[in-house]
Design a protein around this ligand. Structure first.
Ligand code: F6P
Length: 341
């Protein structure tokens, strides 16, 4: 079998572990040929690829990023290629294509599958917001990085009697904020799923200072937004879901709190540090299992599907399910988090 593999969209700890696993299972165990496209779908469309054997993937299990490079999707070019799918299929000469990526990549994977390409998707995102799988690799690493950062910020906040507002990734879903916030014992967690009241945060900080706990840690997802009228000194923009979003919510919330509390509030934007570096053991294992099952699915001819975690099992699920809706944080998970403030 000739199998193509590519990584597209934002990078994520564990991508290399999937590539390595695909090569080991396909080349070593099954006697397949594997080629890796460079820079995501751009490499696929431009015909930029290289053969991958077990030597090429030696030592990459614990390495962050992706050895193949990644790029955001050029949707128009891809659509054009799908319109001429016979030419694309002939040109690539693949028996299976394994794109590894998030929502955008899986949507593209579905377009290619609908156009007749033999596609098996592998989901990835640090945001953990793909509905068809219980978990994505990269999430555990991101939560660990954010938790460690907040543990460190707590001690300096306490020394200086400050409020720390820590912005973590998560544009549409607040999984990282929820879990890292819980793990670090944050005193406030703000997520996109539930507009927050600045008054509640002000009250929480004042109560803590009154109880001689003279610091506070607030974990805010980058896509979190205040309830209407709750942050009067700032104005956001209305997004595609009709929510008022604030670009740089961490900075804005810190300045609003400083203004309202008359105490120092420092914003800390964790940004891409959450995506870089070595994956945790959990993410390496999940990524390796996804790669193994993707190759098996290709051999069974299970195309138009992607790997998914259900409980402890890896299953195959239609790509259509992956992109139908975002997995958002349910209310009961927020209730659990709030009872530990
Ligand atoms: O989708 C993953 C993600 O890490 C988001 O949480 C974040 O908003 C985005 O990617 C950042 O993307 P970029 O690397 O393009 O800045």
């Amino acid at each position: 079998m000739r199998i193509g593999v590519l990584t597209a969209g934002g990078d994520c700890p564990g991508l290399n572990a999937v590539i390595r696993s695909v090569v080991h299972r396909a080349v070593h165990d099954r006697g397949d040929e594997v080629i890796g496209f460079e820079d995501g779908f751009t490499g696929l469309l431009d015909g930029r690829y290289r053969p991958l054997d077990t030597n090429d993937v030696a030592g990459i299990l614990a390495r962050g990023g992706t050895i193949l490079g990644s790029a955001r999707l050029e949707r128009d070019r891809l659509r054009e290629a799908c319109d001429n799918s016979e030419e694309l299929i002939d040109r690539l000469g693949l028996d299976a294509l394994i794109p590894i990526g998030g929502e955008g990549t899986l949507t593209a994977a579905r377009m290619l599958a609908d156009a007749g390409l033999p596609v098996v998707g592998v989901p990835k995102t640090i945001d953990n917001d793909i509905s068809a799988t219980d978990r994505t690799f990269g999430f555990d690493t991101a939560v660990g990085v954010a938790t460690e950062a907040m543990d460190r910020l707590k001690t300096t906040a306490e020394s200086h009697q400050r409020v720390m507002v820590v912005e973590v990734m998560g544009r549409h879903a607040g999984w990282i904020a929820l879990e890292a916030g819980m793990a670090a014992g944050a005193h406030g967690i703000c997520i996109p799923e539930r507009p927050f009241e600045v008054d509640d945060l002000v009250k929480m900080v004042e109560e803590r200072f009154a109880r001689e706990k003279k610091f506070a840690l607030i974990c805010v997802a980058e896509g979190a937004h205040p309830a209407e009228g709750s942050m009067p000194y700032e104005k956001g923009v209305i997004d595609q879901y009709g929510h008022e979003r604030f670009v740089g919510i961490g900075n804005r919330l810190a300045s609003e709190l400083e203004h309202r509390l008359g105490k120092e509030a420092k914003p800390v934007i964790l940004g891409h540090v959450q995506r870089g570096g070595t994956p945790t053991a959990y993410d390496r294992v999940l990524a390796t299992r996804f790669g193994w099952h993707a190759v098996e699915a290709a051999h069974r001819g299970d195309f138009g599907q992607m790997t998914a975690l259900r409980g402890t099992e890896i299953v195959m699920t239609p790509l259509a399910n992956a992109v139908s809706e975002l997995k958002r944080v349910p209310q009961d998970r927020m209730d659990e988090a709030e009872s530990v403030y």
